[in-house]
Design a protein around this ligand. Structure first.
Ligand SMILES: Cc1cc2nc3c(=O)[nH]c(=O)nc-3n(C[C@H](O)[C@H](O)[C@H](O)COP(=O)(O)OP(=O)(O)OC[C@H]3O[C@@H](n4cnc5c(N)ncnc54)[C@H](O)[C@@H]3O)c2cc1C
Length: 461
């Protein structure tokens, strides 16, 4: 029987699209997401199990998809593959305000969980600009980080337990919802950051944190990252208010965003080598704004602050955040710009950025990267001001500039976006060989037929 009727026969309670339907739909952040022969959107775990068993019996491979906001090509698909879309499994099943935990289905969007927990004065403790589309299952699978990771950790630190459908049709069920468990190997961690290569995450138990009553935003112009780090240290040490965001933008990126968003000169304090977007939570808006103003005044001279403004309205705060979050403006300015996502250790951000700017100029004199990111945990996003895709050799030359010495110094060539397809070569060249060997052994053990998201992250050989 042809594929689509066979899928309908095998899986009750699911929406199914064929390749023609996929071609007419929005594939999300990566145009390659909808290259598959079929998409199946099960409504429950039974549906996911039926799909896995069908694909196993018919030698088909499966690519799980959530919000399709991933930036490493992990959700890309090709003809012959079947997408398992978790979008219909989006229920927030339980919020326990006393234990500060939630149990959610994998397809629940981050923004929906943020909204549901806010009613109880709680928050998932993790936030990113794609919050309106990214799903909890996708965030678990990429070990997402985002704006608050410096304070609350990455997704790995937010997950208490999870449930996943394995390629052999069994369900790994560990919905532990307590913080402490020391009961042998903690296998849920295998699925966190696995990008769908070991199984399909279907439910997740998460920890929640109390949320501040109000939060204020400031935009601060500084001469360099060291100055921004001085400011952040001050706020991290303050007891009255809670730092919730510290995002840094280098000048090339700010200039692009200012042009793209049509911000008039003088509308915001934008004319500095680096900008810092600060978020501070407190009991009331007045307290948060006062704490920002007082804190900035206290370190103004010592940190060499050039200019700064505490947002006096929600609209002004939103304008500040658009500068940082509307990163799709880079894609509007350049076709498929090569983009990277590194963790730089030890706060050595100024040295790193100077070094890569010079190194990239040696690769091509016209390269002037857009650099921005999560200051307080050293996670920088770097896009090259050129159209892609680049030749393999050129891409490698850029990676050598960006990645050489990072791992040795304790950093990472992939901070929060995963490996997917985009960083497969980098993984082979920069990840520890013993780690790669063990990872391949685990992949072969759990997925001997290589049916779960093959070709992504890890070699199955
Ligand atoms: C504007 C923008 C800003 C962003 N900012 C950040 C940021 O600050 N921090 C950050 O970490 N990321 C960021 N991202 C990247 C992206 O949002 C994250 O990687 C997110 O975790 C992906 O979630 P998703 O539901 O969209 O997953 P998808 O894109 O659908 O999938 C991502 C990967 O996870 C796998 N997967 C998805 N669901 C499941 C499941 N249920 N079970 C098993 N595997 C699954 C897929 O196969 C794929 O490999 C940003 C993206 C955009 C577009």
């Amino acid at each position: 029987m042809p594929l689509i009727p066979s899928l309908h026969a095998a899986i009750a309670n699911a929406t199914i699209w064929d390749a023609a339907e996929l071609a007419s739909r929005d594939p999300g952040f990566d145009a390659r997401n909808f290259g598959a022969s079929a998409l199946v959107r099960p409504r429950d775990v039974e549906g996911v199990l039926a799909l896995v068993r069908f694909c196993a019996a018919n030698g088909l491979s499966i690519v799980p998809q959530g919000g399709r906001t991933g930036l490493a090509g992990g959700a890309a698909t090709a003809a012959g593959q079947v997408i398992c879309d978790l979008g219909a499994m989006n229920r927030i099943e339980e919020i326990d305000p006393f234990a500060r935990t939630a149990i959610v289905q994998a397809g629940a969007q981050l923004a929906a969980l943020q909204e549901a927990t806010a009613v109880h004065g709680l928050d998932p403790g993790i936030d990113l600009a794609a919050r309106g589309s990214a799903t909890i299952g996708g965030m678990v699978s990429t070990n997402a980080g985002g704006i608050m990771a410096f304070r609350n950790g990455t997704m790995r630190h937010r997950v208490l337990g999870l449930e996943a459908v394995l390629p052999d049709g069994r369900v790994f069920s560990d919905l532990t919802s307590v913080l402490k468990t020391s009961a042998g190997y903690d296998l849920k961690h295998l699925f966190i950051g696995a990008e769908g290569t070991l199984g399909i995450v279907t439910r997740v138990a998460l920890r929640l944190d109390p949320v501040a009553g109000a939060s204020a935003t400031a935009l601060v112009g500084v001469p360099n990252a060291a100055s921004a780090q001085r400011i952040v240290r001050h706020f991290l040490g303050s007891t009255g208010a809670r730092l919730t965001a510290a995002e840094i933008l280098w000048r090339n990126f700010t200039a692009l965003m200012q042009r793209a968003l049509n911000y008039a000169p003088g509308q915001l304090p934008l004319d500095a080598p680096c900008l810092l977007v600060l978020g501070l939570g407190a009991d009331s808006m007045e307290a948060a704004r006062n704490a920002l103003e007082d804190g900035l005044a206290a370190v103004w001279e010592e940190a060499g602050i050039i200019d700064g403004l505490v947002a006096s309205s929600e609209a002004q705060a939103a304008a500040m955040w658009r500068l940082r979050e509307e990163t799709e403006q880079i894609e509007h300015a350049h076709h498929l710009p090569p983009s990277f996502d590194v963790s730089v250790p030890g706060g050595a951000l100024d040295d790193y950025v100077s070094r890569i700017e010079a190194g990239l100029k040696r690769v091509d004199a016209s390269y002037a990267p857009y650099v921005f990111g999560h200051l307080a945990d050293g996670n920088l996003h770097i896009s090259i001001n050129t159209d892609g895709p680049l030749s393999h050799e050129r891409h490698e030359a850029i990676e050598d500039v960006l990645y050489d010495g990072l791992a040795r110094a304790g950093g990472s060539f992939s901070a929060e976006h995963g490996v997917g397809l985009e960083k497969r070569d980098a993984y082979e060249r920069h990840a520890d060989p013993v780690k790669r060997e063990l990872a391949s052994m685990i992949k072969r053990m759990i997925d001997p037929a290589n049916m779960m998201n093959p070709g992504k992250v890890v070699s199955a050989e």
